[in-house]
Ligand binder design. Structure first.
Ligand code: NAP
Length: 212
């Protein structure tokens, strides 16, 4: 099955997704959070990088404050060496948490403490890439994948072309050059396609669909 991949994140006006040292910051306003939580409610699995889990400790659920839904999306974490924090809050819900690891990751279970069922999927690569993640999650029956960051994961999925839709919410805030940029180094500029712009409260949403 070919899964539909939506990359979603929030940024300052100067293209930063976190503060100095990777400290997280809520760039989304209320209107954007309603949109994000609705998108989560329609996603089968939310994919993030290991650093986002270990640094920000997100729950990655649908919060009824923003959108009402009983759906609890599964979570996939790109984690080469299985170094995710087993006490992270993503494990606290009745769902699957899939750890996509590299071929040399240590053997044996990850003894996470919450209610989640932890599933380890081992790539044949030293580091699991975004193509592996999409293929593996597709083979597990996930048809709608939402990618929520962080910087390295966003950069991998976009530069490797593994996306169908990109949504970036821009908040009217400047973070300054010490903040964490939304994208890593590129040898050549990437052209993504035609952008659609929507005003959301005091910020704007930029949405790009592949092929449009
Ligand atoms: N504003 C937003 O919407 C938003 C959303 C999420 C996160 N963030 C911010 O993003 C920052 C974290 O970004 P980050 O770049 O440090 O971490 P990240 O993208 O969350 O995770 C990156 C780590 O994942 C592992 N990984 C395994 N396979 C990978 C692959 N194919 N591509 C990319 N990573 C892979 C790597 O570690 P190993 O190889 O060691 O496993 C890599 O260092 C935090 O400051 C957080 O606050 C912002």
């Amino acid at each position: 099955m070919k899964s539909y991949v939506t990359i979603n994140f929030a940024s300052s006006l100067d293209g930063k997704i976190a503060l100095k040292g990777g400290k997280s910051f809520k760039f989304s306003n209320y209107e954007d959070l309603v949109r994000v939580h609705e998108l989560r409610s329609k996603s089968d699995v939310i994919l993030v990088g290991k650093n986002t889990v270990n640094l920000d400790d997100p729950k990655l659920v649908v919060n009824e404050k923003y959108f009402k839904s009983d759906h609890i999306p599964d979570v996939a974490i790109l984690d080469t060496t299985l170094a995710v924090n087993p006490k992270a809050r993503v494990f606290n819900y009745p769902r699957k948490v899939i750890l996509l690891c590299g071929k040399d990751a240590r053997k044996g279970p990850v003894l996470a403490e919450g209610e989640a069922e932890t599933v380890i999927r081992r790539s044949t690569l030293i580091r699991p890439n975004s193509s592996y993640a999409v293929k593996e999650l597709g083979s597990m029956g996930y048809s709608r994948i939402m990618v929520e960051g962080g910087k390295s994961v966003i950069s991998s999925f976009i530069s490797e072309g593994n996306w169908d839709e990109i949504s970036i919410f821009y908040s009217p805030i400047m973070v300054g050059e010490e903040g964490i940029s939304m994208f890593g180094p590129l040898s050549n500029p990437l052209t993504l396609g035609s952008a659609e712009v929507l005003k959301l409260g005091d910020g704007v949403l930029v949405r790009i669909k592949k092929g449009f």
